[in-house]
Structures are given as structure tokens and as C-alpha cells.
Design a protein around this ligand. Structure first.
Ligand code: HEC
Ligand code: HEC
Length: 315
């Protein structure tokens, strides 16, 4: 006897279309038909596969050629006749902004700092891109790079597209010194003037002490211009780049002289006291900061030190 469930199943379709129906013709003829059908089906599938493989390898080859061309971009640039000299004021402004926003990671002159930012003077990536593409890159940054990320706009929301264009102009001169005009003396750039609202906030933080309030307000601006690439706006820290300054135990543990000495020296990854494996550059990497600037920054750090560590985004 057939099991019941098989019977009910057979009743559902007509015997002609039912795949479970017993074979009508000869078994051999059916086998031949099935093989033929299978082959017919295989042809488009196999050719589709071959086409897909072909375009896959084609894309790889294209990417390889593009990478090869890019890798030669800098050599091609410096061996070709020089492009016109850069506008001297734009390049100088770019240099001052570069010192404030980029030197911390890419070093003075952009030649790179091991473990922080790449050498951008001989970078094929830079040479292969036009100015607008470079500005687009700076806006996006490379936040997921290891071991440190390059934050969007280098962590400096205040930099306008015009500022970024000036920075790119300066980078063009670093990349091909034949284009670099003679530059005027550097000035501390990228530091916005203190607003009335900020002065009020600083006055509150200083408990009404007007002189201290001025230091704090100035320190807030200088911190925003030199330290936020790694410690973020408001000093809340960026995971992987720099620890939070909010309620920071190290800051609390030192008096102003001790902190000043620390900021002047920084803390190299090779320093046994280094806790992150990432370097804290001397003067936060901004050589334009003088002692008074650093003391203003310390006055600002003191206001953050009182904060509650749980408000921080990173260690
Ligand atoms: C917090 C550190 C940091 C700061 C500040 C910073 N960068 Fe970077 N930058 C990096 C890192 C990290 C990379 C990626 C390196 C990598 O991918 O290997 C990078 C990559 C680049 C590259 C691409 C280089 C290449 O060959 O791929 C350029 C160009 C660049 N930065 C320019 C700038 C400029 C200009 C500024 C200032 C406006 C700046 N960076 C600020 C860390 C930084
Ligand atoms: C290129 C990234 C970078 C920049 C720019 C930078 N720092 Fe740092 N900073 C670090 C790192 C990384 C550490 C932690 C080093 C370690 O592992 O001990 C650090 C540590 C510190 C510490 C000690 C905190 C602690 O918990 O050990 C202070 C204070 C500090 N930075 C202040 C500043 C100030 C002020 C500026 C701007 C003038 C600045 N930093 C700019 C990366 C940076």
C-alpha cells in the first residue's frame, strides 16, 4: 500500500503536469530529453559566467593600470616643465593655516611624522588630483586610517573652503618647490577673534576674574586652532587620536609650570609614560605657539579639568 500523504499529493495536479507522475514514454527517451534541456540551460548560464568573469578581470586590470598611473603621478609632475609660480599671498596664508591645522600630523614642510600623517610632498595621491579634488578630500578626511585617523577638515570645522584652497596651494608648492614663491614671515593663523558671548562664558568660568577670563577665552580659541585634530572641539577626545581633557587626571596632577613643560615637550610614543602608542607632538605640533599662548591654553584646560569624565567621547 502507498502511504496516504503520497496519494493526496498525486490527486492535486493532472497526471500530465505532475512531476511526481510515473513516466509515460520510454525511460531512455526521457533521459535524452533531460540531458538536452540541461545543456540548453547551461549555455546561457555558462556564457553569463564567462562574461561576468571577463568584466571582473577587466575591472581588476583597469584598477591596476590606474594605480600604476597614480604611482607615477608625482615623478611625472616633477619631471615635466614647471607649472606657473603660485600666488605669494595665497601660498603664505596656506602655509600659516597648514602650520595650525596640518603640521601636528604631517610635520613641518609636510614630510610626514611616523605613526601620524603621511609624507604629502611626494604623494602620488596628491599629484594625481586637481585642486578641487584635493579640497574634497580634505573636507572628507580619512577618519578610519590606522593607527590615527585624519578627521574631516582636519578636525577644524572653522576652516572655510577658501582656507582649504589656500592650504592646497601651499601643498602644491611643497610638492613641486619650483612653484613656491618667496613667502613672507609666518603669522599665527586660523585663530578667530574672541566673541562677546565667549568672553561672557569665560568670565563665568573664571568666577568673575576679568584677567583670567581673557586668558581662558584666548586659550579656547588657541585650543580650537591647534589641538582639536586630536582632542576634538571642547576637548572631549577622539578615540585613537588623543584622550579627553574633560576631568583629565594628568592635567589635574600638574601645576601650570608642569603642564607648560609637558606641552613644550609633548610625549613621544617611545616615552615609557605614553599610554596610547600615539604621539602627543611638542606644542601640539604648532611651533607658532609661544609661552603666553600655551599658558592661555592651560587656563582653558583648567576649566575642562573640572568637568566630569563621563561627558567625554573617548578616553
Ligand atoms: C590627526 C592627524 C592629521 C591631521 C591633523 C591631518 N592629517 Fe592628513 N592624514 C592623516 C592620516 C592618518 C592620513 C592617512 C595616511 C594613510 O592613509 O596611510 C592622512 C592623509 C592625508 C593625505 C593623503 C596622502 C596620501 O598620499 O594618501 C593628504 C593629502 C593629507 N592628509 C593632507 C592633510 C592636510 C592638508 C591637513 C591639514 C588641513 C591634514 N592632512 C591634517 C592625519 C592627519
Ligand atoms: C597629533 C595629535 C595631537 C595633537 C595635535 C595634540 N595632542 Fe595632546 N595628546 C595626543 C596624544 C596621542 C596624547 C596621549 C599620549 C599618551 O599616550 O600618553 C596626548 C596627551 C595630551 C595631554 C596629556 C593627557 C593625558 O591624559 O596624558 C595633554 C594635557 C594634551 N595632550 C594637551 C594638548 C594640547 C593643549 C594640544 C594643543 C596645543 C594638543 N594636546 C595637541 C595627541 C595630540
Amino acid at each position: 500500500m502507498e502511504p496516504r500523504h503520497r496519494e493526496t499529493r498525486l490527486k492535486r495536479g493532472s497526471p500530465d503536469t505532475n512531476p511526481w507522475a510515473p513516466a509515460q514514454g520510454s525511460g531512455l527517451g526521457h533521459a535524452a530529453k533531460s540531458v538536452a534541456l540541461a545543456c540548453l540551460l547551461c549555455v546561457p548560464i555558462l556564457s553569463l559566467g564567462a562574461w561576468r568573469m571577463g568584466s571582473y578581470w577587466g575591472a581588476i586590470e583597469q584598477a591596476r593600470l590606474a594605480a600604476l598611473e597614480e604611482s607615477r603621478a608625482h615623478t611625472a609632475l616633477v619631471s615635466a616643465p614647471a607649472l606657473p609660480l603660485l600666488d605669494a599671498e595665497t601660498a603664505a596664508r596656506g602655509r600659516d593655516l597648514f602650520t595650525s591645522a596640518c603640521v601636528a600630523c604631517h610635520g613641518a614642510g609636510g614630510t610626514g611624522i611616523a605613526g601620524l600623517g603621511a609624507d604629502i610632498t611626494r604623494s602620488p595621491f596628491v599629484a594625481a588630483r586637481d585642486d578641487n579634488e584635493m579640497v574634497k578630500f580634505l573636507v572628507a578626511g580619512r577618519p578610519n586610517a590606522q593607527p590615527v585617523g585624519m578627521p574631516p577638515r582636519a578636525g577644524r570645522d572653522d576652516l572655510t573652503d577658501e582656507d582649504l584652497h589656500a592650504i592646497v596651494a601651499y601643498v602644491r608648492g611643497l610638492q613641486d618647490p619650483r612653484r613656491m614663491p618667496a613667502l613672507r614671515e609666518p603669522v599665527l593663523a586660523g585663530v578667530a577673534p574672541v566673541t562677546a558671548g565667549e568672553l561672557d562664558a569665560a568670565l563665568a568660568a573664571a568666577g568673575g576674574d576679568e584677567e583670567l577670563a581673557e586668558y581662558i577665552a584666548s586659550g579656547t580659541k588657541l585650543f580650537a586652532a591647534s589641538c582639536t585634530a586630536c582632542h576634538a572641539q571642547g576637548g572631549v577626545g577622539i578615540k585613537g587620536n588623543g584622550p579627553s581633557m574633560i576631568g583629565n587626571a594628568f592635567v589635574k596632577s600638574l601645576d601650570d609650570d608642569g603642564l607648560l613643560a609637558f606641552l613644550k615637550r609633548g610625549r613621544d610614543p617611545s616615552d615609557p609614560k605614553n599610554t596610547t602608542g600615539v604621539g602627543m607632538p611638542a606644542k601640539g605640533g604648532n611651533p607658532a605657539l609661544d609661552e603666553d599662548d600655551l599658558l592661555d591654553i592651560i587656563a582653558y584646560l583648567r576649566t575642562l579639568e573640572k568637568g566630569n569624565g563621563s561627558a567625554s567621547a573617548a578616553k
